[in-house]
Write a protein that binds this ligand. Structure first.
Ligand code: 13P
Length: 248
């Protein structure tokens, strides 16, 4: 059985004052019926770790360097994230692929670093609108998956998030049939590569998930949760998405 996962990606949003949203979320969902993860900016990780031992809320980073330490000004290692209380790290988000030119090879190296530090990597894949229009969605995603997920990955150390680039922050989502097609494809690819372990990887959908569409998305086969951007910033919205996942 795969444990359902509601993951929030705060991106470059959140100051200390916004921790009140986490306090409200935790108060409203003291014993969630699914795993709940928030990936705040790294500056807030240590402050969010105050729930450790008191609430099952997991926290995570949004990126890490592939090296454990060294002369890499401005970067953060997986060990540093773990030291600050993180249990997860998002890797290969399309915004990092676009803004920082991250390649599948780099994402794979970062995933290995995350594994070494004991973090679970949330590896993101997804097509652009042009790629979908050109009919190359599955080919693009298959190539990203094959090259970004390292050998020896397991359902315990790796989560895969399908985030169509054109659905991120736009209010647009794929049809349910399109989400189901990609998630079924991801499951089949993981099973082909990792055998029975392929069924253990959690598959998240991300891109304009909100309270009003969460229930129908979570009803799909092979959707084990969501990676939520904008709607994860507000306790009420993220709480409603958590409730939809608990009910799925
Ligand atoms: P939105 O939920 O704001 O569309 O962002 C999705 C995302 O990129 C999560 O990683």
């Amino acid at each position: 059985m795969r444990r359902k996962l509601a993951a929030g990606n705060w991106k470059m949003n959140g100051l200390a004052a916004n921790l009140a949203e986490v306090t409200a979320l935790v108060a409203a969902h003291p014993t969630p019926g699914c795993e709940v993860l928030i990936c705040p900016p790294a500056t807030l990780l240590a402050q969010m770790n105050w729930q450790k031992g008191k609430h099952p809320l997991a926290i995570g980073g949004q990126d890490c360097h592939a090296k454990a330490a060294g002369a890499h000004t401005g970067d953060i290692s997986a060990a540093m994230l773990a030291d600050a209380g993180a249990r997860f790290v998002i890797l290969g988000h399309s915004e990092r692929r676009a803004d920082h030119g991250e390649t599948n090879t780099e994402v794979r190296a970062k995933a290995l670093a995350a594994r070494s530090a004991g973090l679970t990597a949330v590896i993101c894949v997804g097509e652009t609108e042009a790629e979908r229009d050109a009919g190359t969605t599955l080919a693009v995603i298959g190539a990203q998956l094959a090259a970004s997920v390292p050998e020896g990955a397991t359902g315990a150390d790796t989560v895969v998030a399908y985030e169509p680039v054109w659905a991120i922050g736009t209010g647009r989502t794929p049809t349910l049939a399109q989400i189901a097609e990609v998630h079924g494809f991801l499951r089949a690819e993981l099973a082909a590569r990792f055998g029975a372990e392929g069924n253990a990887f959690r598959l998240l959908y991300g891109g304009s998930v909100k309270p009003s569409n969460a229930t129908e998305i979570f009803a799909l086969a092979d959707v084990d949760g969501a990676l939520v951007g904008g709607a994860s910033l507000k306790a009420a919205d993220f709480g409603a998405i958590i409730a939809a996942l608990e009910a799925a």
